[in-house]
Ligand binder design. Structure first.
Ligand SMILES: [Zn+2]
Length: 440
């Protein structure tokens, strides 16, 4: 016999309107539509502003009071019955990469608004609900770190270097930020110098108070093939992977490819080849612990057919949501790479470009999502996320969790990105259920 609370929850979850979600996804995808059928809505552009306007209209319709912080994050509030209850939050982003799909960020954002609409219509939560739209999640325009808006809200330091970054048209990030503000608040658009000063002030002013936050939950498409392959409906994300990046500089001896006998060579590229295969082999050994490693960059000098390569640079990206496994993999990789260089008498420098700590999500939130999936008879899989998300930043300051839905073919950041409306609706239902579960 189901408890009355569960029955109440089941009724409410059925109130998620699949048609409305589908319609809103289509409408938003028309803004910044590309010739290839994708979407380009880079952060702080006119397209981004148009998308945000539409989103604001939908947030208003859902009954949310909207607050725009100084950097442009939108925080919609639905007041709860109990002023003193802890706060709940959900949300995502609607900016995109170049020629993106329609679903990355959008699904989580529109589902969050839909949850608010249902909650407003059918009885309020005890907790106040914040529906958050994070500004500039994607790093594509300025090439700095992802999740600018969530880092600002979480109170991370934003470096001057990042604000000084420029896009392809040489527009300064700080200036773009002020441009969006100008369009949305009818204020004057600043010169670069004042834009930088203003942006620094805006960043500090946009730190959010997380002290009363019981949980932040983000719904997102998986952007990978795991759920589809495993034939699971929902992913319960336990952690977000973080990279360690190595820059390797190999120095051999550049020489004539015809006159130098094989046993008298110090070929930097042949050595690099052995290292690349070693990186792959070691990552395979750690793959059961969700470690992946990639050598994505080779620079070979002089890169001429009749010259033995004298210098090679490699860039290695090693990722995992399991910090311990990643550390062990990085350690083994470095040791093996050094041994290969020594054996081939090749000079080697290893520089660590990044060494980030993976984020684990709150077990209270993970368990709440799991209880909802069980109560709803949904086939769920606990899994780490290989990609970064706003939720990973919020997890540093508040109990946080994420819900994944399958991505067809595991394809993302491409016009072919696709999830069915049934999958999206199911995701929205789990999000709503989780909010109710955490409110209860
Ligand atoms: Zn995203």
């Amino acid at each position: 016999m189901l408890r009355p609370y569960i029955l109440f929850m089941v009724n409410l979850l059925n109130a998620i309107d699949a048609n409305r979600l589908a319609r809103h996804i289509e409408q938003l995808s028309e803004i910044g539509r590309t010739a290839q059928g994708g979407v380009t809505r880079l952060a702080f552009t006119r397209e981004d502003m148009a998308g945000r306007k539409l989103l604001c209209a939908w947030m208003n319709e859902a009954g949310l009071e909207i607050y725009r912080d100084a950097v442009g994050n939108l925080i919609g509030t639905l007041r709860g019955r109990d002023e003193n209850a802890p706060i709940l939050a959900c949300g995502s982003h609607i900016d995109s990469v170049v020629n993106a799909g329609k679903y990355d960020g959008i699904v989580g954002m529109l589902a969050a608004v839909e949850c608010a609409r249902v909650l407003k219509q059918y009885g309020r939560l005890n907790s106040t609900l914040n529906v958050i739209n994070f500004v500039m999640e994607e790093s594509s325009r300025f090439g700095a770190g992802y999740g600018f808006g969530s880092r600002v809200m979480a109170g991370f330091e934003i470096s001057k270097q990042e604000l000084f970054a420029r896009d392809r048209s040489k527009v300064l990030q700080a200036r773009a930020l002020q441009e969006l503000k100008g369009w949305e608040t009818d204020s004057k658009i600043a010169t670069e110098r004042t834009a930088l000063r203003e942006s620094e002030k805006d960043i500090i002013a946009s730190r959010f108070d997380w002290s009363r936050m019981r949980a932040f939950v983000e719904l997102h498409i998986e952007q990978g093939p795991v759920l589809e392959r495993a034939q699971k409906q929902i992913g319960i994300v336990t952690a977000v992977a973080a990279p360690t990046r190595l820059h390797l500089i190999l120095t051999g001896e550049q020489n004539h490819s015809g006159t130098t006998p094989m046993n008298m060579r110090r070929d930097a590229l042949a050595c690099a080849a052995e290292m690349i295969l070693a990186v792959e082999k070691i990552a395979n050994e750690f793959s059961a612990r969700h470690v992946v490693a990639t050598v994505g960059v080779i620079q070979n000098e002089p890169n001429v057919m009749n010259v033995i390569p004298g210098r090679v640079e490699l860039r290695v990206d090693i990722r995992s949501a399991n910090g311990e496994a990643k550390r062990a993999c990085v350690h083994t990789t470095q040791k093996t790479i050094r041994a290969i260089a020594t054996q081939r008498a090749i000079g080697l420098e290893i520089h660590t470009l990044a060494d980030e700590t993976p984020v684990s999500f709150s077990s209270a939130v993970v368990n709440a999502i799991e209880r909802v999936c069980i109560a709803q008879n949904m086939d769920a899989l606990k899994m780490p996320s290989g990609a970064g998300h706003d939720a990973a930043h919020i997890a540093r300051v508040a109990p946080t969790g994420m819900i994944f839905i399958p991505s067809r073919g595991g394809i993302s950041h491409d016009p072919r990105e696709f999830s069915t409306i049934e999958e999206i609706t199911r995701g929205a239902q789990v999000l709503l259920g989780t909010l109710l579960e955490l409110d209860n």
